[in-house]
Design a protein. Structure first.
Length: 397
């Protein structure tokens, strides 16, 4: 069959898997240095609020489009060269921001979305190839952990460095981190794909960029990430609203809970499935968002981050592992592309929608309102499980 893999090992903790974790960690650390600082730098260069928002939205759109395309391509071609190209684009565009005017930053940000789409989808596809199926939950969980640690810690350090020095320092550090991540990539051994002689050698068709078996978990991830977008984008403004200057401690609690729970959540997924993780994890997220919306002290802020971190750290990687398990073995690249594209789309639309809610009320209400998306996730997911159980019972009769 086309895309069939020659597995390297049935073990999870191979040299390639460990090295790939470090590669992914450094690339994501470099990328997330730009998330809170580039829009601020755009304003320092004379840009308006609208132009600063374009720095975010244009990037998300091109990243979404390239992920939709690259997922299908990666099922046909070698993945590492495409990831390497993505890393080069990331670094060249990052360095160019130092010398560009505002209009140039916005245009180059569009190009950077292409690099990030290739790099992030390529990393996900490599992990899918080197993780044995029976270890998929645990393996994808640690992969997600490397992303979540970067997401939680890198923006915090970037803001501190930006306040102490300048964006130029941020750009150089970001480039250095991505280079380290790419160097690790050369030590990763991936399975070879066996192409079928009877199958025409098409590199890409638009239909192949979307994996239909990944649609349901991707929809659930879309709903999930809207709430994360509200936290990543607006928690600093929420801190000003509730007069808590140390709002950054939220990311410490968020990351700490994921680090504590990650080792056993993946093993539970592999042994007992996703139901026992996704339903309780979603409830924890709802609790975390509600506590956050009523936070009037650092203690409540930390408690809310622990609940939300526990839920997100359990649900997001479980959805991604479920996505890969549901999809054919020769369609994992397209499945990951579909899944990650749902996250890009969620960030693009979620930031706009939640800001609309906050402008007409406040950020506290926005966080309470965002629990609706997790409730909707639970309703859709529970219906799917009920339907599957019903079909299984009918098949046994």
């Amino acid at each position: 069959m086309e895309g069939e893999l020659q597995w390297i090992s049935k073990r999870l903790w191979t040299k390639s898997y460990i090295v790939m974790l470090f590669s992914n960690l450094f690339i994501y650390l470099g990328f997330y240095m730009l998330v809170p600082t580039l829009p601020a730098y755009t304003k320092l260069c004379g840009g308006s609020n609208f132009e600063a928002s374009l720095v975010v939205s244009t990037f998300s759109i091109t990243s979404l489009l390239i992920r939709l395309i690259s997922g299908g391509i990666m099922d046909k071609l070698e993945i590492k060269p495409l990831l390497l190209i993505g890393g080069i684009i990331l670094n060249v565009t990052t360095l160019s921001y130092i010398w560009l005017p505002v209009d140039g930053i916005i245009i180059v940000r569009v190009i950077q979305g292409v690099g990030w789409g290739l790099a992030s989808t390529g990393a996900a596809a490599i992990f899918s190839d080197i993780i044995p199926k029976e270890k998929r939950g645990e393996g994808m969980g640690y992969y997600s952990l490397s992303m979540i640690i970067s997401m939680a810690l890198s923006p915090m350090f970037a803001i501190i460095l930006m306040n102490l020095y300048s964006f130029k320092n941020i750009a150089f550090i970001s480039v250095a981190l991505v280079i380290i991540g790419v160097l690790f990539l050369f030590q990763v051994k991936t399975p070879k794909k066996i192409a079928s002689k009877s199958t025409p050698k098409k590199i890409f068709s638009p239909v192949e960029s979307f994996e239909k078996r990944a649609a349901l978990p991707s929809l659930l991830c879309f709903l999930l990430v809207i709430t994360l977008c509200g936290i990543m984008s607006y928690i600093m403004l929420y801190g000003k609203e509730i007069n808590i200057s140390s709002i950054w401690v939220y990311f410490i609690g968020f990351a700490a809970m994921i680090l504590i729970t990650r080792p056993f959540v993946g093993r539970v997924f592999d042994r007992r499935g996703h139901v026992i993780i996704i339903i309780p994890g979603s409830i924890f997220m709802i609790m975390g968002l509600i506590i956050l919306s009523y936070a009037n002290s650092t203690l409540l802020l930390i408690i809310s981050s622990l609940f939300y971190g526990l839920g997100y750290g359990a649900v997001q990687p479980s959805l991604q592992a479920w996505t890969v398990n549901r999809s054919p073995h020769n369609r994992k690249g397209a499945a990951n592309g579909t899944f990650l594209s749902s996250m890009d789309l969620s960030y693009t639309l979620g930031a706009i929608f939640l800001s609309f809610i906050a402008e007409r009320s406040n950020y506290a209400f926005m966080y309470r309102f965002s629990t609706i998306f997790i409730v909707l996730l639970l309703v859709i997911y529970s219906y799917e499980i009920f339907e599957n159980n019903t079909k299984e019972k009918k098949g046994q009769l």
